[in-house]
Ligand binder design. Structure first.
Ligand code: DGL
Length: 269
C-alpha cells in the first residue's frame, strides 16, 4: 500500500455515490474503488451485529485490493460499525457522522438541529452523542425515515408518493425551532428537492459528503498518502453484489455519473 493505492468507499447501495462524487471533486488525482452491497440493501432496518458483519466483510474485500484508506459512505455502518472497523484495521477508516455533525453545528443559529436517518442510525443515537460532545447546549430532534432508502433504490424520487412520505415523516419539525437538518443517510441527498419542498422555508439541509471529502484529504495529507496527479493515471472501479445494470442506470439518472463497467461480486468474496 502506498500513495498511488486506491481509496475504498462503501455503502449498502447507491447512496454512497453522493460521497464518491464529492471525493472525485475534492481529490481528482485519487483512484477510487466503490462497493455497493446491493444484494443486502437496506442496512438501516437490520441489527447492529448484522451491519458490523457485512461491513467487516466489505473492508476485507477492499483490503485485498490494497486500498490505503476506507471511507464508510453509509451512516448506518458509520453509526454501528466504525469503531470496530477502526480497532481491527491498521489503515485509516473514516465515517460520515462526525463531519456532518460539525457542519451542522457551524450552520445552526437556533441551536436546535434535526437529524433524519435510517432506523438503525437514529436508534444508535450516534448524531446526538457527537453533537452534544461538541456542544452540550445543542438540542437535537432525531426522526427515522425508513421508507426513503427503498424509494431511492427503486428510483422513485419525486412526485406525490415520495412527497407524501416526506410530509408525514417530517411533520414533527414544523412546530420546533429546528433550523438545520442533517441528511443522516447518504441516500437522502438524492431526495433533497422533495425533502426541501415539505419543510418550512429557510431550514438548511446538511449533506455530509463535502465535509467528509475535506476530512479525507486532510488525513491523506497528514499521512503523506495523497496521490500525486502526475505519478500514475487514476481510475474508478465499481463493485456491487447484485444487479449491476440497474445500479449503472440509476446512477446515471440521478447523479449524472457514467460509471465504468460495474462489476458483479458473487460467490465467496
Ligand atoms: N445509505 C446508508 C446510510 O447512509 C444505508 C441505507 C440503508 O441501507 O438502509 O445509512
Amino acid at each position: 500500500m502506498n500513495r498511488t493505492s486506491s481509496i475504498g468507499v462503501f455503502d449498502s447501495g447507491l447512496g454512497g455515490l453522493t460521497v464518491l462524487q464529492a471525493l472525485k471533486r475534492q481529490l481528482p488525482g485519487e483512484s477510487l474503488i466503490y462497493f455497493g452491497d446491493t444484494a443486502r440493501v437496506p442496512y438501516g432496518t437490520k441489527s447492529a451485529e448484522t451491519v458490523i458483519h457485512f461491513s467487516e466483510q466489505i473492508v476485507k474485500f477492499l483490503l485485498n485490493r490494497d486500498v490505503k484508506m476506507v471511507v464508510v459512505a453509509c451512516n448506518t455502518a458509520s453509526s454501528v460499525a466504525l469503531r470496530k472497523l477502526q480497532q481491527m484495521n491498521e489503515i485509516p477508516i473514516i465515517g460520515v457522522i462526525e463531519p456532518g455533525a460539525k457542519s451542522a453545528i457551524n450552520t445552526t443559529q437556533s441551536n436546535h438541529i434535526g437529524v433524519i436517518g435510517t432506523t438503525a442510525t437514529i436508534h444508535s443515537n450516534s448524531y446526538t452523542k457527537v453533537l452534544k460532545s461538541i456542544n452540550p447546549e445543542i438540542n437535537v430532534t432525531e426522526i427515522p425515515c425508513p421508507l426513503f432508502v427503498p424509494l431511492v433504490e427503486e428510483g422513485w424520487i419525486d412526485g406525490s408518493v415520495p412527497e407524501m412520505v416526506a410530509e408525514s415523516y417530517l411533520a414533527p419539525f414544523a412546530d420546533k425551532d429546528v433550523d438545520t437538518i442533517i441528511l443522516g443517510c447518504t441516500h437522502y441527498p438524492i431526495l433533497k428537492q422533495t425533502i426541501k419542498r415539505v419543510l418550512p422555508e429557510g431550514v438548511s439541509l446538511i449533506d455530509s459528503a463535502d465535509a467528509v471529502s475535506i476530512e479525507v484529504k486532510s488525513k491523506l495529507q497528514e499521512l503523506n498518502l495523497l496521490a500525486v496527479e502526475t505519478e500514475k493515471p487514476h481510475h474508478l472501479e465499481c463493485f456491487v453484489t447484485d444487479l449491476p445494470q440497474k445500479f449503472e442506470e440509476l446512477s446515471r439518472r440521478f447523479l449524472g455519473q457514467d460509471l465504468p463497467d460495474v462489476k458483479l461480486v458473487t460467490g465467496d468474496w
